[in-house]
Ligand binder design. Structure first.
Ligand code: HEM
Length: 560
């Protein structure tokens, strides 16, 4: 009955509206006037029979939109906003953020300039796409642009922003970040984790070496690399515990890719934070329930891991001593350097370490292998460097990697073309700022399109070409001081784990290239390797990479 009623109300209103719409300029003035009067009269009569609540329900969102839109228009006139492409009603430019937004916004920047204003639903945003604009945001104005926008998904998964990556800019964030660097990912700690990485790489080499030498069966490198990074993170974070087996998932990666869905901030509440309706929309679409389910699963997981670590009967082997959970438990239990760490802080920090380490490292490794297989010249040059440097040794060791100069250029070139986080992690202005002369109001979301900057022809010769030698004479590094190469970001929010990220990628890549020769599946040419990416926050290969490894034989010595 309710449905019949609302159908008839909507029907009646739409008939009146269609009368209004049929008010065409081709009729005579008198006719048009009469038609308009009649339509309005009919509309009022129709509305008289309709309960007030249903009219309000229909027109409230419209009024809300007109008010917000009107207010925004008024404010926009008073300041000089960056240029902005045409927007759609209500959603503004949200449609530009759906498929490969880094590419869409690169094209827009080529047309409209390096600073573009976007209206993402109810949220003002700016995209910067040149080194100069990035320098302003990440260096000159860093202190006013280094907040993180709030997001219901991140809030839930980070135990109310007790982590580092999604935490607002504050004294608490600063302390936790210091602790993260000194206790978990600083160079000293990374060295002590290197044995765990060597162990995992050895397992991978052994598993690939079991394949018959004349095999023509390609392996799925995505699976192999995910398993490797998974094992490394599992050991480093939890020690020798059967961590992932505690969950319904087979791998940590699966758990954390679920978490990435929550953290990629694409809900109605993310883009219409001021509207009371957005919460209902998220509920209606089942997003809130999904977030809650992922959170409870992760939380239960962390609880089990913690209780196993705290169990009095736990036997700890020597090489287990340095795992992240034990270090954090030490701080939590007051054995640290004075910072108070709560149990929730601890869980949120583990979450950051996992998400930061797993997705970025494996994605980068796969892009690097894709590029070298597409470029046989680079493959053979980097293999000769590694093989001649280790001088007949059976295996590469983590300590060998600093001498591989060309390998470092290959990694830089990979990160230039394929930064895993093409927009970094979104930031937010805390006050009114000016970027290249344009005004950005407080609470403007800031996206730095480092993907577009890495391919900007104004900075890079033949930007689409994979050519590691471009770094031979150029003194450009990715530590956040050269704004044309920003895969780790820059400023206060720069990735705090660059040494660990580079160790994961550099050592694993060196080992794979040292111990095996690689070729494409039968009948496939280098140009057939797809380089299409997928993902909003982290962009990975959209299809798995299939390759055939053959163990490398040095002289007569097979390297396994
Ligand atoms: C190839 C490897 C990696 C890449 C390319 C990478 C990239 C990034 C980027 C682009 C950011 C955002 C910077 C910004 O907003 O300006 C970031 C932040 C962060 N990364 Fe990494 N990362 C890598 C490895 C890691 C690893 C191994 C960990 C942890 C073990 C980690 C933990 C973090 C954390 C905690 C933050 C947040 C920093 C903050 O907001 O203060 N990352 N990373």
């Amino acid at each position: 009955m309710g449905r019949d009623f609302s159908t008839s109300v909507l029907g009646s209103i739409s008939i009146q509206l269609s009368h209004l719409i049929s008010y065409t300029p081709s009729s005579s003035i008198h006719q048009r006037h009469n038609k308009l009067k009649m339509a309005l009269h009919d509309l009022i009569l129709a509305l008289k029979n309709v309960p007030v609540w249903s009219v309000l329900l229909i027109i409230a969102p419209l009024i809300w939109y007109l008010l917000v839109h009107g207010e925004r228009k008024r404010k926009e006139k008073a300041i000089r906003l960056p240029p902005s492409p045409p927007r759609l009603p209500l959603i503004g430019h949200l449609h530009l953020m759906i498929k490969e937004p880094h590419r869409t916004l690169q094209r827009l920047a080529q047309r409209m300039g390096p600073v573009i204003f976007l209206q993402l639903g109810g949220v003002p945003a700016v995209v910067v796409s040149s080194p100069e604009a990035a320098k302003e945001v990440l260096k000159t104005l860093d202190v006013h642009c280094c907040n993180r926008p709030s997001s219901p998904g991140a809030e839930m998964l980070t135990y109310n922003y007790r982590d580092i990556a999604f935490s607002p800019y504050s004294e608490r964030w600063r302390e936790r970040r210091k602790l993260f660097i000194s206790e978990l990912v600083g160079s000293k700690r990374v060295q002590s984790f290197s044995h765990a990485l060597e162990e995992q790489v050895e397992q991978l080499i052994q598993s690939l070496s079991c394949l018959p030498p004349s095999t023509t069966e390609p392996i799925n490198l995505n699976e192999k690399i995910f398993t490797l990074i998974d094992g490394f993170i599992g050991t480093v974070a939890f020690g020798r515990m059967s961590g992932a087996k505690l969950l319904k998932y087979n791998m940590f990666q699966q758990v954390f890719s679920e978490a990435m869905v929550v953290l990629s901030a694409f809900s109605a509440q993310d883009f219409f934070p001021a509207s009371p309706i957005s919460r209902w929309v998220d509920r209606f679409l089942g997003l809130e329930a999904r977030y809650r389910a992922i959170f409870s699963e992760l939380d239960a997981y962390f609880e089990t891991v913690l209780s196993q670590h705290l169990s009095p009967g736990r036997v700890q082997v020597q090489s287990d001593r340095d795992n992240l959970v034990d270090v954090l438990i030490g701080l939590w239990k007051g054995q640290g350097k004075g910072q108070a760490v709560t149990k929730d802080d601890l869980k949120a920090i583990i979450m950051d370490a996992f998400i930061g380490a797993t997705s970025t490292s494996s994605v980068t490794l796969l892009w690097a292998m894709s590029e070298v297989i597409k470029n046989p010249r680079v493959m053979s040059k980097v293999q000769s460097e590694i093989r001649s440097s280790v001088n007949g040794k059976l295996r590469v060791e983590v300590s060998d990697t600093p001498q591989f100069k060309y390998l470092r250029m290959v990694i830089k070139e990979t990160l230039r073309l394929h930064p895993p986080a093409p927009f970094l992690i979104p930031r937010e202005t805390t006050q009114h700022v000016q970027v290249l002369g344009y005004d950005l109001p407080p609470k403007t979301r800031v996206f730095v399109n480092v993907w577009a900057i890495g391919r900007d022809p104004a900075c890079w010769k033949n930007p689409e070409e994979f050519y590691p030698e471009r770094f031979e004479d150029a003194d450009i590094d990715f530590q956040g001081t050269d704004f044309e190469l920003l895969p780790f970001g820059a400023g206060r929010r720069i990735c705090p784990a660059i040494p660990m990220g580079l160790m994961n990628v550099g050592f694993t890549l060196a080992s794979l290239l040292h111990s095996f020769d690689w070729r494409l599946p039968e009948g496939m040419a280098p140009e057939d390797v797809s380089m299409e990416g997928t993902g909003r926050q982290i962009v990975s290969r959209s299809t798995p990479l299939y390759l055939i490894p053959s163990p490398y034989i040095s002289g007569q010595t097979k390297l396994y």
